[in-house]
Design a protein around this ligand. Sequence first.
Ligand SMILES: O=C(O)CCC(=O)C(=O)O
Length: 259
Amino acid sequence: MNATAEPPAARRADYARDGFVIVRGLYDPADMRAASAEADGLLTDRAHLKSVRNIRCRWQNNVFTGECTFETFDPVIDIGPVCDRLAHDTRLLSVLHDLYGEPARLFKDKLIYKPPGVKGYGLHQDWIAWDGFPRSFLTVLVPFDAADRDNGCTVVYPGYHHDGPLTAQDGKYHELPAETVDEARAVHLLLEPGDVAIFGGFTPHRSDPNVSARWRRQLYLSYNADSDGGDQRAKHYREFHAWLRTKYAEHGKTDTYFE
Ligand SMILES: O=C(O)CCC(=O)C(=O)O
C-alpha cells in the first residue's frame, strides 16, 4: 500500500512488480463532495438517458430480486464536469506521468454506481485484442463512497500482469477461469473517498455483488502512455460503440442509440 508521499521511483517499482498501486488522499474532501453531488445529480437531471437502448448505459441484475438495474454511465466526462476535472487533475496526471515516465492520455471514462444488491464482475483483464489497443492501458479507480468487501470493492491479483494476455487474442471479451489465479493472492481494494487505486490492463480483477445497503459509486478513468497512440479517446469510443452495437444486434437488439 502506498501513501501519497511515497517517492515516485518506489511507486513505479511497486506498480511494475504488482500491476497495481494505491495512492491515499490524492483528492481533497471538497473534490469528493462535489463528485458525489454530481453523481447524484446525474441520476435525476439526466434520468432521460437511462434506457436499455442507450449504449451509454450499462445494466446489471440485482442478485436478490433478479431485477435489471441501471449501473453505469460510459462515457461520463461529457455529461459530468466534475468527473472531467478529476480525470484531468494535475495531481493525478503527475502520479501517472511518474508511473509511465511520460504524459498519460485519457482513453476511457465510466462511472459505476453499483447500487445495493447489484451483481459484480467476473475475473477478467481489461486489455482486449483490438487493433492498436494500447498495451500501456491502465485504470484509475476513484471511489465516491467508501469501497469495502460488503459493497463489492474491486479485487486485483498482483503479479499475473507479467504474463500479458491470459485469454485468446481474438478481439472478443473473455472472462478468465477462476483457477487462473491463486485466491490467496487476492487484494481487496479497500478505498476511502480521496484515495485512488491504479491497475494495469493485464492485471486480472473482479468484484463481488454489493450485499450491503450502501452504494459503491466509483469513477473508472483509463489512460494510455502518450507514446502508445497519443490521444485516442474519440477513436476508442467509435470502436467501442461499433462493437457494442454488433454485440446487441447478435441478440436481436437493433434499436440501440447513443445519447
Ligand atoms: O466494478 C468493478 O469493481 C469492476 C468493474 C470492471 O472490472 C470493469 O468495468 O471492467
